[in-house]
Design a protein around this ligand. Structure first.
Ligand code: B12
Ligand code: SF4
Length: 451
């Protein structure tokens, strides 16, 4: 029986704001398995963004292995598939950033349907699970041993031993290419800012503080293969921050001259390197940057990002990107701990001031969301009144719930960690949104929830 890897669709409470993208994450796991496994069982990948739920249910194997990729926005659907897969006698494996952060809660509540949770890099762990290695001997997993949760050693994957991958395991992958989509590549894993400050930002839910880089030659070989095979030109580097030391320079030096692509990158203000961009961005094909600004108030930055930066630094980056004709999608967050009416207005007025820059093609306006695994969540957990209110309204304790009520958590965060009424904060966010839309720019909320 084939092994099945599933990427469930977003849960109902979220608004679908993105076009589907190819499931690169699951393809890297499947290709790693094909390359290193002695058994070479067939693997199929089903992505609910393009395959309907009934087909996924129909294709669930019997007594095989079902791996499910979960994030905070699709955990309900992930659990739905896990239940059905378990009924058919499968070994059920969860992986992804969300289960990595909440593996113990998953194993506490769902040990009858989830056999093991992969924490962090999934390629080697999944290979060993599929090859039947005893759980005791597999790094990067957590599972129930007797009645106790056993978390094994966490070991980072060496990105230089990655086999090349394509979309051969993904059913109906051709559907992705109806539109001009970005194909995700992953030569950078982790966040350089988290390494520098030994800490993630207060609103970041990824539970690791390391960074790893793929050999530049392998990086281009992978992109070249995808371009030749599927005639795709747009690639999006998934690494949290692209400017990791001189990595962009090393990439530029190794890039095959004939290879013409467009590249999307993630950047943060503190680590953005204008010199590198001026020298290498055009040659690398960088055409779109996702830039996290989050807030302009220094106190709020200090509390939530472990660092401060000023207006001039941000404007200088926007000038560089505008000169280079690189598009920028800029992220802001309202309602971070420390927010008051004044600071929210400060953020709003800064957003209005930067809209004149040609490079900006999208603004992400988020309301701070306390995801599991973030400091924001921990702050609420430590606050007795917030705990009490959450229990009263949901009947669940914050440390036990796996699928939190995000709207309520946003509200509680503002109530207990900010100095502004929630309604007023929403009004400021909404009026900012309207002003941006009035000049024809797209606005999205990072975790758009249905009302
Ligand atoms: C690329 C990306 C996107 C892309 C495409 C996603 C796609 N289809 O592949 C786009 C832009 C569309 C996107 C959208 C969203 N994203 Co996004 N995205 C990312 C990003 C930057 C990189 C993901 C990636 O490819 N990483 C590289 C691969 C190799 O790593 P990986 O995915 O973590 O997978 C490894 C392990 O986790 C594990 N693993 C993963 N799945 C499985 C499954 C099994 C069975 C196993 C064994 C292991 C395993 O093994 C993998 C290989 O080592 C991450 C941030 C990050 N740095 O991870 C956010 C991130 C995943 N996104 C996030 C969010 C919230 C969203 C949105 C909801 C935002 C929105 N405004 O709506 C949407 C929802 C998308 C949807 N499906 O509807 C959050 C999820 C938070 C969480 N804790 O779950 C993240 C972590 C960002 C963050 N810091 O908050 N996203
Ligand atoms: S929010 Fe961005 S900069 Fe902050 S730790 Fe997370 S990935 Fe790094």
């Amino acid at each position: 029986m084939a092994i099945l890897l599933i990427n469930p669709a977003k849960d109902d409470e979220f608004v679908n704001t993105y076009n589907p993208m190819p499931t690169s994450t699951l393809e890297t796991i499947a290709s790693y398995y094909d390359f290193y496994s002695h058994f070479r069982k067939d693997i199929e990948i089903l992505n609910e963004d393009i395959i309907c739920s009934s087909l996924i249910l129909q294709k669930l194997p019997y007594k095989s292995i079902v791996g499910i990729s979960c994030q905070n926005f699709n955990i309900r659907n992930a659990i739905k598939y896990a239940k059905k897969a378990k009924k058919k006698g499968n070994l059920v494996v969860f992986g992804g950033p969300y289960p990595s952060a909440i593996y113990s809660q998953i194993l506490d509540s769902f040990s009858d349907i989830v056999d093991c949770v992969v924490i962090g890099d999934g390629e080697k762990a999944f290979l060993e699970i599929a090859d039947g290695v005893s759980f005791d001997c597999i790094d990067n997993i957590a599972y129930l041993k007797g009645r106790k949760i056993q978390k094994n050693n966490i070991c980072n994957l060496n990105l230089d031993n990655m086999p090349l991958w394509d979309f051969k395991h993904t059913k109906d992958y051709q559907q992705y290419y109806n539109n001009e989509v970005w194909t995700i590549v992953s030569g950078i894993r982790g966040c350089i800012n988290a390494v520098r400050y030994k800490k993630r930002c207060a609103f970041c839910s990824i539970p690791f503080t390391d960074v790893r880089l793929q050999n530049p030659q392998d990086y281009w070989e992978q992109i070249n293969l995808l371009q030749e095979k599927y005639k795709v030109n747009r690639f999006y580097e998934a690494g949290d921050i692209f400017c990791v030391g001189n990595y962009p320079e090393l990439l530029a030096k190794q890039k095959p001259k004939k290879l013409k692509i467009l590249l999307g990158t993630n950047e943060a203000i503190a680590s953005f390197n204008s010199r590198i961009y001026k020298k290498y961005a055009k040659y690398l094909g960088i055409s779109q940057v996702f830039l996290g600004v989050e807030h302009i108030n220094q106190e709020i930055l200090k509390i939530n990002k472990n660092i401060t930066y000023n207006e001039q630094q941000i404007i200088s980056i926007l000038e560089t990107l505008s000169d280079l004709k690189i598009c920028a999608s800029i992220g802001f967050i309202f309602g971070l701990p420390g927010e008051s009416l004044e600071t929210a207005k400060e953020n709003k007025s800064f957003i209005n001031r930067i809209l004149q820059y040609d490079c900006i093609n999208r603004i992400n306006l988020a309301i701070a969301t306390p995801h599991y695994g973030t400091d924001l969540y921990r702050l609420l957990e430590q606050n007795n009144s917030a705990q009490k209110e959450y229990v009263e309204k949901t009947g669940q304790h914050l440390s036990q719930t796996i699928v939190p009520d995000y709207n309520l958590l946003r509200y509680l965060n503002v109530k207990y960690n900010c100095n502004i009424p929630y309604d007023e904060l929403l009004n400021i966010r909404d009026s900012t949104k309207k002003e941006i839309e009035d000049i024809g720019l797209a606005v999205v909320d990072h975790m758009t929830l249905k009302d």
